[in-house]
Design a protein around this ligand. Structure first.
Ligand code: NAG
Ligand code: NAG
Ligand code: NAG
Length: 689
């Protein structure tokens, strides 16, 4: 380049308005822009014309800041090798760039226009519209839909699912060549979509999914005085956008292939330079997959990669020589034969894993999410898809968990599937608490659909009983486990209070003579308790039946009595809580296949504090015939009232007769008055074991 043409070139870049400027922001149908002329937006913020990059003499159509030197924000990408370029709008509403008579670049618009014009707006957006049409929805074409390496305020990064347009910010090849490079910011449309800085087809930096507040990988993306940002997701569009907080501040977001960075700049008017406000990647932990599967990256760690708790390096040798990419494996493999035995480890303060294999349901919460994940053996983790407030929505991960990052003070929670042997007791309690709906129900929450499948939609054929509070169904889980489902009828006396009471109580109790609760289900008005299934049903089903009672010989009856006594002793003395059952009766004693009795139905049970021995209630509930006189009359209950009921039960087991409905010729009112006092005393003797 000789000196003269260099001067002209410099002049054309720095003071393009010097000579040829048409002081307008619009090209009408009959007009054109040739090299040397420019359009200037109305408020003089942006300018459009032809320019040459640093060390190039090719000419490009571009848009730059009018009052900031050498900052091109948009380029049409087709080079012209001399200054013969001419830009026009043709009658069908397309921009056409010609070199001599050859079309080098043009736009396509699906809409038709009567009187199309092209206008450079103060936002930096070059739009083609019908003259008189001001609404942005009516634009025939706009440069904001075709970002170059820069995202200006109001531009979108993401996807328009309706038109198929991808708003993708792509770096220049290099500072001399504005044609698209390999480095871009793109949205990958997984079930839980996420943004990446891509290098060609390689994932370079994972920005992560939007979690309602920020991208998961950029937790320090916070409200700030410079710009406000947002992510919009609906059926037509998914995009990131930002706006400036203050008209006096100028900021832009740029992809730079030379430095392999996405940089946000802020213009320093006094010092006249672009200050780097933020950049990505900010450290080594941002590079995709640095620590491999199940590894987590902590930038302040003694070595940046660690395995998650319960995992160890796949190749210890490689790991110790700082090659972490092979990642980690479980110390205790999952076998998932009994799904309810798996649990979840809560990992706090992370960037969630790669979402390539995810499933998203924005309508359910964490409790249901956990249950869904638990019930699918390939589900490796779950969390809220939106962390605003209490958190909402559900996202589940399938397959290996890759590219987790640990933050010191920020980040979100992730729940990772573990074999229960790998979980600390405190993890298990916390994990199961999360299964609860609103309060601390220490139990797995089962999905209604799981129970519907297990019981064949509460088929009448599966009904095995009808308790005071509703029917009981037999069922079989997908795992093969047999269950009994107590479905509390809506009109039943057992309200939400009793339900929670029972759930909390049984969940805390573990004894071979107490029935084991496997889970519960709360779905709107429906409440269900899921127990292990008892082959021999309940005691009343056996002892009062002439045929079946023959199966119960004396040794069996003796063992049953001892078992009930042990269960009761546990409730009264040996468990951490003192529990008064208040409704001990034959139908509440269940029998398993070994004829081991299990006390069930804790709906009205009460917990006593340390020294408490007696309680009082205004609401006498229980079953007549089993109630101690002081309880029936005055509502006073204690360990003794349970022992009274046990005594009645004992008599029933021995005699095979019901206490109530025991009528003999000699007119005894009931079984108790019929049996001698001595027998009753002996019955109570079981209290002491
Ligand atoms: C306007 O330009 C586009 C692109 O070159 C072309 O397809 C279209 O036919 C042109 N319209 C007219 C009326 O020439
Ligand atoms: C990209 O980075 C290089 C080297 O740091 C720098 O010279 C160049 O101006 C940058 N380009 C943009 C568009 O900021
Ligand atoms: C588990 O979830 C995956 C992914 O959604 C699905 O393909 C698979 O069928 C599910 N398996 C079961 C047993 O539901």
């Amino acid at each position: 380049m000789d000196i003269l043409s260099s001067l002209i070139f410099v002049a054309s870049i720095l003071i393009p308005c010097f000579k040829f400027c048409i002081a307008a922001d619009t090209i009408l149908l009959s007009q054109s822009i040739s090299d040397g002329m420019t359009l200037v937006s109305r408020g003089e913020t942006f300018e459009l014309g032809f320019f040459s990059p640093e060390n190039s003499n090719k000419r490009y159509l571009g848009i730059w800041y009018k009052n900031i030197p050498q900052t091109v924000v948009w380029v049409s990408n087709r080079a012209i090798n001399d200054s013969s370029g001419i830009l026009t709008v043709n009658s069908t509403g397309n921009l056409v760039l010609r070199q001599h008579d050859k079309v080098v670049w043009y736009t396509t618009s699906e809409k038709q226009a009567q009187n199309p014009v092209a206008q450079l707006l103060d936002s930096g957006n070059l739009v083609v519209r019908d003259e008189g049409e001001a609404d942005s929805e009516g634009y025939l074409w706009q440069s904001f839909d075709y970002p170059s390496d820069t995202i200006l305020p109001g531009m979108k990064l993401g996807l328009n699912l309706r038109t198929g347009i991808e708003w993708r910010m792509t770096s220049w090849k290099n500072p001399n060549d504005p044609s698209p490079g390999d480095f871009y910011w793109g949205l990958l449309l997984y079930n839980y979509p996420e943004f990446y800085l891509m290098m060609g087809t390689e994932k370079f930096v994972r920005v992560g999914p939007w979690n309602g507040l920020h991208f998961s990988g950029i937790p320090d993306q916070k409200p700030n005085p410079i710009y406000a940002f947002n992510y919009i997701s609906n059926k037509d569009e998914k995009y990131y956008t930002y706006s400036l907080q203050n008209a006096a501040v100028i900021s832009r977001l740029v992809m730079n292939q030379t430095s392999s960075m996405s940089i946000r700049y802020v213009w320093m008017e006094n010092e006249q330079y672009w200050k780097v406000y933020k950049s990505l990647p900010k450290d080594n932990c941002d590079y995709y997959g640095t620590c491999g599967a199940y590894g987590t990256c902590l930038i302040t760690g003694s070595q940046i990669c660690q395995c998650l708790a319960g995992f160890s390096p796949k190749s210890p040798q490689a790991w110790n020589s700082s090659d972490w990419t092979q990642g980690c494996t479980r110390n205790q493999p999952l076998n998932c034969t009994n799904k309810l035995n798996d649990g979840f480890m809560k990992v706090e303060g992370v960037k969630v894993p790669d979402t390539t294999h995810t499933w998203l349901d924005e309508t359910i919460g964490l409790g249901e999410c956990r249950m869904k994940c638990l019930n699918n053996c390939s589900c490796m983790a779950y969390t809220n898809s939106d962390i605003r407030g209490e958190g909402s929505g559900c996202v589940m991960w399938f397959g290996d968990l890759i590219d987790i990052r640990q933050f010191e003070n920020d980040g979100q929670d992730l729940y990772i599937r573990m074999d229960s042997s790998e979980l600390e007791y405190s993890d298990i309690v916390r994990d199961q608490n999360r299964g609860g709906s609103e309060e601390n129900i220490d139990l797995p929450l089962l999905d209604l659909s799981t129970i519907v499948i297990a019981t064949d939609n509460f088929s009448i054929n599966n009904k095995i009983g009808e308790g005071g509070f509703g029917p009981v169904y037999k069922g079989r889980l997908v795992s093969g486990q047999e269950i009994a489902v107590k479905r509390l009828s809506r009109g039943s006396g057992q309200g939400m209070t009793e339900f929670k009471n029972e759930v909390k109580l049984i969940a805390k109790l573990q004894h071979r003579n107490l029935v084991k609760l496997l889970g519960c289900c709360v779905q709107e008005q429906d409440r269900m308790l899921v127990y292990e299934y008892m082959t021999n049903r309940s005691l009343d089903w056996l002892i009062f039946d002439d045929t079946k009672s023959k199966l119960l010989d004396w040794p069996k009856r003796f063992n049953i009595i001892c078992g009930i006594a042990r269960g009761l002793l546990y409730l009264h003395q040996d468990s951490r809580l003192r529990i008064i059952h208040r409704d001990l009766k034959a139908s509440n004693v269940l029998l398993d296949d070994q004829m081991i009795p299990k006390i069930s139905d804790f709906g009205i049970a009460r917990i006593f504090g340390g020294e408490q021995t007696e309680g009082n209630t205004n609401r006498v509930v229980g079953t007549y015939g089993y109630m101690a006189p002081e309880y029936a009359a005055d509502g006073i209950f204690s360990v003794k009232t349970d022992v009274f009921s046990f005594g009645i039960l004992l008599l029933e087991i021995l005699s095979g007769k019901r206490n109530r409905g025991f009528y003999l010729e000699n007119q005894s009112a009931n079984l108790v008055t019929h049996v001698s006092m001595e027998s009753v005393e002996r019955g109570q003797g079981y209290r002491n074991g």
